[in-house]
Design a protein around this ligand. Structure first.
Ligand code: SF4
Ligand code: SF4
Ligand code: SF4
Length: 247
């Protein structure tokens, strides 16, 4: 079997979600939480060292797919031609167990009901059979994505399978190569204290900040998306963590 996989260049991703919209469109997925591909966006740090992070999370069709090994799950299997991990809807049972095992939240449900139907990224195997790229890869306007045999991707992009805030790759061996975003650079020199003074100048408008500390130390809970949460507790949480849109 030749294992196929994704390349994600985090330094090129602008969080536009064209990939996620294309996935919904091509696969005829309903509005709401049935998101076979999730783009997570979250912010870390405090002024002046704030950083927005983006993660591209389909199913990574892992070389060690622990979802398949989940105790009582049935009807999820690894196919032989591309190494895609697929659900057979006629045989699928107990996929909540498979979803609990997956580190990436890649098995998704229509609702929180215990009998809700499970589904997941298919690697666009229908398109692969036509000689086409997965539609998410084809749709990316910044060329942050690539797809192909894992060995080819490794020759082109190296062997890194880890990204900041993702679970370590050692357990599941995701079929993906990652390029992390570049180190943050200060492009324009500025004086932090002067910037804080300017922020306080709002004419007749009331001041937003009373002291510099208000800006430099963000209170816990003020930012809604301040960390990567790959396994939301409910479909409502998933919607909020993925901007509650239909992508
Ligand atoms: S990403 Fe999750 S669902 Fe996909 S193969 Fe890996 S463990 Fe299974
Ligand atoms: S490979 Fe296809 S099914 Fe999987 S996330 Fe990309 S577009 Fe969706
Ligand atoms: S289409 Fe490309 S740039 Fe846009 S969110 Fe997806 S991976 Fe990132």
């Amino acid at each position: 079997m030749v294992q196929y996989g994704f390349f994600f260049d985090q330094s090129r991703c602008i969080g536009c979600r064209a990939c996620a919209v294309a996935c919904k469109d091509w696969n005829d997925l309903p509005e709401g939480p049935v998101k076979w591909l999730r783009i997570y966006e979250y912010e870390k740090g405090a002024f002046p060292n704030v950083r927005v992070h983006y993660h591209f999370i389909p199913c990574f069709h892992c070389e060690n797919p622990i979802c398949i090994d989940a105790s009582s799950a049935r009807g999820i299997y690894k196919e032989e031609k591309y190494g895609a991990v697929l659900i057979d809807p006629d045989k699928a049972t107990k996929l909540r167990d498979a979803a609990a095992a997956c580190l990436y939240g890649s098995i998704v449900f229509e609702s929180d009901a215990s009998d809700a139907k499970a589904s997941k990224c298919t690697m666009c195997i229908d398109r692969l059979e036509e000689g086409l790229l997965p539609v998410c890869v084809a749709a990316c306007p910044t060329r942050a994505l690539d797809f192909g045999p894992l060995e080819t991707l490794q020759r082109k992009y190296g062997t890194n399978r880890d990204l900041e805030d993702l679970p370590p790759s050692t357990l599941t061996k995701p079929s993906a190569i990652f390029k992390p975003h570049s180190p943050k650079k200060q492009l324009v020199s500025y004086d932090v204290n002067k910037a804080l003074k300017l922020l306080a100048e709002r004419g007749d408008l009331p001041s937003i900040y009373s002291t510099a500390e208000d800006v430099l130390n963000i209170p816990e809970g003020l930012l809604k998306r301040n960390k990567l949460v790959l396994k939301p507790n409910s479909v409502k949480d998933l919607q909020e963590l993925t901007r509650d849109d239909n992508a």
